[in-house]
Design a protein around this ligand. Sequence first.
Ligand SMILES: Nc1ncnc2c1ncn2[C@@H]1O[C@H](COP(=O)(O)OP(=O)(O)OP(=O)(O)O)[C@@H](O)[C@H]1O
Ligand SMILES: [Mg+2]
Length: 257
Amino acid sequence: MSLKNTGDYAVMLENVQKTFDGKEFVLKGIDLKIPKGSLTSIIGFSGTGKSVMLKHMLGLFKPTSGKVTVLGTDISTLDENALTKFRCNYGVLFQSAALFDDMTVLENVCFPLEEHRRELSKEQVIQIALQKLKMVGLDPKHNEKLPSQISGGMQKRTGLARALALDPEILIYDEPTTGLDPILTEMVDNLIVETHQARPGTTSIMVSHNLQAAFRIADFVVMLDSGKVLLAGTPEDFYKTDIELVRRFVDKGIKHQ
Ligand SMILES: Nc1ncnc2c1ncn2[C@@H]1O[C@H](COP(=O)(O)OP(=O)(O)OP(=O)(O)O)[C@@H](O)[C@H]1O
Ligand SMILES: [Mg+2]
């Protein structure tokens, strides 16, 4: 990969440091460039700062020092209003699909469109939502059901359809498969890849505990350790690295899954 222009990166973190209590630093100077169009996996031990780093990319946390640039915009300069608008560039799927319990599947997917695309008619909103539900392979017979009336896998599909509603440039997943059985895990992993491939040029960023999947589906991998980037590169770079901690983590993770 030869990337030189800053426009080639979806997300750039420059010397990002974060402390919540003014004493202990959770992020200790992160330098990271995530290539535009990549499917990037973020891996590392528990408590190492992966979710905190994702929240910086989303503008949910502000760095104590350093700079976060997303799609060419320094997001630390945006006020709350501008940030809310800017967030249309992201689709987010966390571990729990976080659907609204009292809304049907279809209403859940319509929601971001009703919030952010006020110029659309009700009919247009529904058409777009139906198209996203089709894209994630959810049978239309479930559209009028509540989240509690569908399976975990269908909830994930609904959550992904909702994340896709605004055609975001960047899709962010935090532990999308943690706690799922192996069959469902494979289904969600495949869905992530298919969704990524169906939207050329867009960027997918996934935090994953499932190393096998992280290496199988990603074209760019980032390993964090104690609030720093230990290695960022292609899966190949990881297989041939001499960094002992990366070797141990990767060998163990792949052998034990
Ligand atoms: N809002 C917060 N306030 C204070 N400390 C926080 C906050 N969010 C996270 N932390 C701390 O930051 C550190 C990193 O947490 P983070 O959630 O990023 O870990 P992680 O790498 O995502 O771990 P896991 O793999 O278990 O999800 C932890 O020590 C955590 O306690
Ligand atoms: Mg986490």
